[in-house]
Design a protein around this ligand. Structure first.
Ligand code: HEC
Ligand code: HEC
Length: 433
């Protein structure tokens, strides 16, 4: 089958990859992993098994292109402390896609042996992480990276510790097919779901008549993930809600250290923002007709103005802070460099949000720090020395009391989650604490 030049260019730019290895552009794009592609993929996957791949990196696919929900667009409510949620053009959130995405997120059929759901490694009870140092996939295969929280992932321009996926849609296809995660070909996932009349009806309600496709699966998953929004923490009530008793005196002292460039300097990267760029599109969706009425009991609000103050606690950028350096001073994971091949990106990882961080231990891309106290001690020591260490990371003079105050402040970032993000009724999630 021949491709037009434009299609081929788009395919090249966005084609699926297995552990960073791009797959060839097939005529059926954007249905990426059809049979012919798999003929190529199978040897690639075997190679990855032999070569060890890169631990628990999800692979990136472009699944999700050209899939259109049919329902009325809805706005995602945001709580105190957060800007409007950016929605990609052409993929509006609808009540039906979000409900379907929620069901899929807790669905064990997405894995080869029906034991793992996305929620097994992104467990709502653990701030959407798994509490493990390194994630464990189907058959007990252990990866090399720590499962990041999915809370407020909607705001982050690049997904994964190394930022190799550019949208939640692009990201979502990866873990299903990743041999060390769910280890199931997209075709198999689709046929398992399509065999279930309840799913068939739910897909039709969300996307109209037609076959279940992997693009619809990833669009629904991403739609649900965008609703995993957390704010209105004690910090937000103190900082943005005018409630000066919302934080303990220790947490207030911790916040001052966090912000002070001459002390903690934490906000240099874990930003308490003024400058988050809200896209024109998301601004428009704030006034979409048909948004659900607001629940007066909820602190979640529709259409908060972009100019209202907020804090994401991440700059969305990549830094080498000296995690993952062995005794010889060598980096054990090149991080962002694997994507950009820029020398300066060696050992750089995405700044994670700190919202709900008290629930998401252990910490860092390699899960090497067990507690928040360990993290603060690590920063006080100026990170592990290596040639690519960020210039903002240096030894900090912090007394024991200062360190305890910083930890108290970090704990004040545990916020509210919206209702309806836990498992839908009658869900058996497999390995879930
Ligand atoms: C076996 C455990 C495991 C399963 C199952 C799993 N994930 Fe992940 N997830 C991880 C790990 C580990 C990472 C970090 C990998 C990296 O950065 O290289 C991650 C990263 C992510 C990210 C990027 C977050 C960020 O801040 O960069 C998203 C989004 C995500 N997963 C969604 C999903 C979805 C959706 C599913 C189900 C289709 C899923 N995951 C299934 C372990 C898992
Ligand atoms: C130069 C930018 C930068 C500065 C300054 C900085 N951080 Fe970080 N922070 C990061 C990056 C990048 C990571 C992830 C690093 C990795 O895993 O290799 C991180 C990780 C963390 C984590 C782990 C979160 C998780 O989910 O695993 C915590 C907690 C944290 N930082 C708190 C702080 C505190 C407290 C300070 C101030 C003392 C601070 N950070 C200063 C960039 C920064």
């Amino acid at each position: 089958m021949t491709l037009t030049r434009a299609k081929r260019a788009r395919c090249r730019a966005r084609r699926p990859r297995i552990c960073g290895v791009p797959l060839p552009c097939g005529g059926a794009h954007p249905r990426p992993l059809r049979f012919r592609t798999w003929l190529f993929t199978i040897p690639v996957i075997s190679l990855i098994f032999v070569a060890g791949c890169n631990g628990s990196r999800h692979d990136v696919t472009d699944a999700g292109l050209d899939v259109k929900p049919i329902g009325a667009p809805i706005e995602i409510k945001t709580p105190l402390g957060l800007p409007p949620v950016p929605i990609p053009p052409g993929a509006p959130e609808t009540a039906e896609t979000v409900a379907l995405g929620r069901k899929l997120f807790y669905e064990r059929k997405l894995s080869m042996d029906n034991t793992l759901a996305c929620a097994s490694c992104h467990n709502p009870l653990l701030g959407f992480t798994d509490g493990q140092r390194h994630s464990i996939g189907v058959g007990g295969k252990v990866g090399i990276r720590n499962a990041p929280t999915l809370v407020n992932a909607a705001y982050v321009p690049a997904q994964f510790w190394d930022g190799r996926a550019h949208s939640l849609e692009e990201q979502a296809g990866g873990p299903m097919a990743n041999p060390i995660e769910m280890n199931q070909a997209h075709e198999v996932t689709v046929s398992k779901l399509a065999a279930d009349p309840v799913y068939r009806a739910q897909f039709a309600k969300a996307f109209g008549a037609g076959l279940v496709t992997i693009g619809k699966v990833t669009t629904a998953l991403a739609g649900f993930e965008r609703t995993l929004i957390s704010g209105n923490s004690p910090f937000d009530q103190y900082e943005f809600g005018g409630n000066k008793s919302a934080l303990s005196p220790a947490a207030v002292r911790g916040l001052a250290i966090f912000r002070d460039p001459k002390r903690g300097n934490c906000a240099a990267c874990h930003t308490i923002d003024k400058s988050y760029a809200v896209s024109e599109n998301s601004r428009k969706t704030g006034t979409v007709p048909g948004s659900p009425p607001e629940d007066p009991q909820s602190s979640f609000r529709v259409g908060r103005r972009a100019s209202a103050p907020f804090a994401l606690f991440t700059d969305g950028k990549f830094h080498n802070i000296g995690v993952g350096v062995n005794d010889e001073g060598e980096l054990t994971d090149l991080g962002r460099y694997s994507e950009t091949k820029l020398e300066a990106d060696k050992g750089a990882f995405k700044t994670p949000t700190l919202r709900n961080v008290a629930k998401t231990a252990p910490y860092m891309h390699d899960g090497s720090l067990k507690t928040l106290k360990d993290v603060v001690d690590f920063y006080a020591g100026g990170g592990n020395s290596n040639p690519y260490l960020d210039k903002e990371i240096k030894t900090i003079k912090l007394s024991g009391a200062d360190r305890a105050d910083l930890v108290e402040f970090l704990k004040s970032l545990t916020g509210e989650m919206p209702p309806n993000v836990g498992p839908p009724e009658n869900t058996q999630m497999g390995r879930l604490k």
